[in-house]
Design a protein around this ligand. Structure first.
Ligand code: GDP
Length: 298
């Protein structure tokens, strides 16, 4: 009887389908798959190992997003993704970390899910677009708690590459989608907020920009994009079919009338943006601060 009761309690309190979720977005090559793998395997690594475990699995170049189920401790704030919560007896809160494809042609799908004012997403549809057509497909909703936008801080440092402009274009669309979601809220009920972590990855590389510079460079580039788009200079081809444009005057990100864009402007739309540096492989600050940020928002 006890196992049955336990099973009932377990499935009644932590049903897979209602777990909250965190969306992992960012351009291809930023390290999303590597980060997902690191967090998923976390408890396999020694808790007292200060170095980021290497190597992480060879990442696959999948076209469809993948999801892992993770757990944060609610009563032990010092635990990391490496902690085996079962072994320590900590109270855990489960959530889904959902990786999305970074390829420009496939971003629309992830952005469309963000647009919903209900702040819920349907993980199964994100994970398997084919499931959308399938009979009896699992369509239960998951509450979107946060968004992690992963950036390759080493690529941003390379001024010859288009990494800064293309990364900022994507970030612009993500933030604009969340801003519109806020503006389209119905009645007085604001949609629950979706905080954004800009995770500056690959800080193990000496060529990488430190987080503060990633922040200022992105803000400068977002200012430039905002000006360009408001002048209508971007032709629709360049926008690559993403959720941009829309009705006139809707493409302005952040505070109206501001000259230089700052992430702080997003607070007006109940969107908190924080930039934190880290790395998935190699020696560096690691991923602990990102994990902590996520844990505080689950
Ligand atoms: P995705 O396209 O965003 O899923 O990126 P991947 O996870 O496939 O990573 C792209 C490449 O960056 C892979 O070769 C990873 O090993 C590498 N990578 C990911 N994170 C780091 C990091 O923190 N430091 C370094 N040096 N390389 C990384």
């Amino acid at each position: 009887l006890i196992p049955i009761i336990l099973h009932f309690i377990f499935s009644a309190t932590t049903p897979y389908t209602t777990l909250p979720s965190v969306l992992l977005v960012g351009p291809s090559g930023a390290g999303k798959t590597a980060l997902l793998t690191l967090f998923e395997r976390g408890p396999l690594y020694h808790n007292n190992n200060p170095a980021v475990p290497t190597p992480v699995a060879e990442t696959h170049t999948s076209q469809t997003p993948s999801t892992v189920e993770l757990a944060v401790s609610t009563d032990r704030p010092t635990t990391t993704y490496r902690t085996d919560l079962d072994a320590t007896g900590a109270t855990a809160k489960k959530f889904l970390l959902i990786d999305t494809p970074g390829h420009p042609k496939l971003r629309r799908h992830a952005l469309a899910h963000l647009a919903s004012p209900s702040a819920t997403i349907t993980p199964s549809l994100l994970v398997s677009p084919a499931a959308q057509k399938g009979e009896g497909a699992e369509t239960s909703k998951s509450k979107l708690k946060a968004l992690v936008f992963l950036v390759d801080a080493a690529a941003l440092a390379d001024t010859d590459s288009a990494a800064l402009s293309s990364t900022a274009e994507y970030l612009y669309d993500v933030l604009l989608t969340l801003q519109r979601r806020f503006l389209r809220r119905s009645g007085s009920r604001a949609p629950s907020n979706v905080p954004v972590l800009v995770a500056a990855n690959k800080l193990d590389l000496f060529t990488a920009l430190p987080a503060a510079l990633v922040k200022s460079q992105l803000e400068a580039e977002l200012s430039r994009i905002r000006k360009t788009r408001s002048k209508g200079l971007l032709d629709s081809g360049e926008a690559d079919g993403e959720v941009v444009g829309g009705e006139e005057g809707e493409g302005w990100l952040g505070a109206v009338g501001s000259d230089k864009f700052s992430f702080k402007e997003m607070v007006e739309f109940d969107i908190e943006v924080e930039v934190i540096g880290g790395n998935v492989v190699g020696d560096g600050p690691g991923a602990d601060k990102w994990w902590k940020w996520i844990g505080e928002r689950i």
